[in-house]
Design a protein. Sequence first.
Length: 89
Amino acid sequence: MKALVALLLLASSAAAQTVDLAKDADMRGAVQKVVGQTGANCPVPTRISSVGEDIRGKIDRVDCQSRDGGNVWSIRLIRGRNGSRAEPW
């Protein structure tokens, strides 16, 4: 529940917003939980950005990195009426 509340707070901003997850451990844990529930590979989320909305739902860009920090990538987190899902960015 805390994860959903944290993401809803991010989405409630009228303007696009970016949260540096390295500085916000609670939000990082919340994002990790939601992304993990989608089955996406994102061991260490480093930043989340609200990028808008389309017919599927609210869209966030989640920047990820490997546990050793050697690789970085982004995923698209789509939060719709029927739950969340992740796609490659």
